[in-house]
Design a protein. Structure first.
Length: 266
């Protein structure tokens, strides 16, 4: 047989075998996954991403670590290249995210579709799961027992953001609500921003009987509570190792249990 013909046949057979072998390998873009990523936006803002890939279509959400409210994402992945769109509460595209998934990392760019401002995103996969927010946060929360602390907090939701209306025997306040979703503790904390603490003196355990009373340190302006489906628990004061009082009108209550008794399903 002619050497040229033999060489051509060998090449053809090898190529056919290669095609058959390749056909049995699932394309990386089609490998489904459901992953959680943590990292930064613009090298300084903490963000958490939840991304689910189904046959190259990606759905999910992300949130800013200090806000905790989910921002909807939709897009696609081809050969590890990701294209995502950020949707607002009306499902209108507000931003675009592009980048690459390489093993357990994501590196890319976030771009505002209106201003065209763009910032880098660096993420890495984590095995920790994201604790979910309760399905219905909006509503009215009140102290669940008869005490001298007459306290009501109404939480509402508008345009994808949460706010509160705080009423006690001595004051009425309004402000923004944010959440801390601890991946390590697997719990959700709620923050009522704009409420100044009553007192904060720090460690007073070494104060002697003749010592001058320790002056109040910087007063935080955010009250945190542990959030569950129908209750908010606020630790109102500390101890000798960490002396503080958050809500002065409830100074007799170390733990303030606010029960939800009405609200919407938003």
């Amino acid at each position: 047989m002619n050497k040229s013909i033999l060489f051509f046949l060998l090449i053809t057979i090898s190529f056919n075998n290669f095609e058959k072998a390749l056909a049995g390998v699932k394309h990386p873009a089609l490998v489904d996954f459901n992953k959680t990523f943590i990292g930064t936006l613009n090298n300084k803002i903490d963000v958490v991403f939840s991304l689910k890939n189904t046959n190259g279509k990606i759905t999910g959400f992300y949130y800013y670590g200090k806000i905790g409210v989910e921002i909807k994402l939709t897009g696609s992945i081809i050969d590890g290249n990701v294209l995502l769109y950020e949707l607002d509460y009306q499902n209108i595209k507000k931003a675009k995210i592009t980048g690459q998934v390489l093993k357990s990392t994501f590196s890319g760019q976030w771009e505002d579709l209106s201003t065209r401002k763009h910032f880098p995103i660096q993420l890495k996969e984590t095995s920790n799961s994201i604790p979910p927010l309760p399905r219905a946060i909006a509503g009215t929360y009140k102290l669940n027992k008869e005490t001298g602390c007459n306290l009501t907090i109404e939480i509402s939701k508008s345009k994808g953001a949460y706010s509160y209306h705080f009423k006690s025997s001595t004051r009425t306040l309004k402000g923004k609500v944010t959440f801390i979703r601890s991946l390590e503790e697997k719990v959700v904390y709620i923050n009522f921003n704009g409420i100044e603490w009553e007192d904060n003196r720090g460690d007073i355990s070494r104060d002697g009987p003749d010592d001058e009373p320790k002056e109040t340190e910087y007063l935080p302006t955010s009250v945190e509570g542990l959030l569950s489906d129908d209750e908010i628990i606020i630790q109102n004061y500390g101890n000798a190792m960490n002396s503080y009082t958050k809500l002065g009108e409830c100074s007799d209550e170390k733990y303030i249990h606010l029960k939800k008794y009405s609200g919407s399903k938003k």
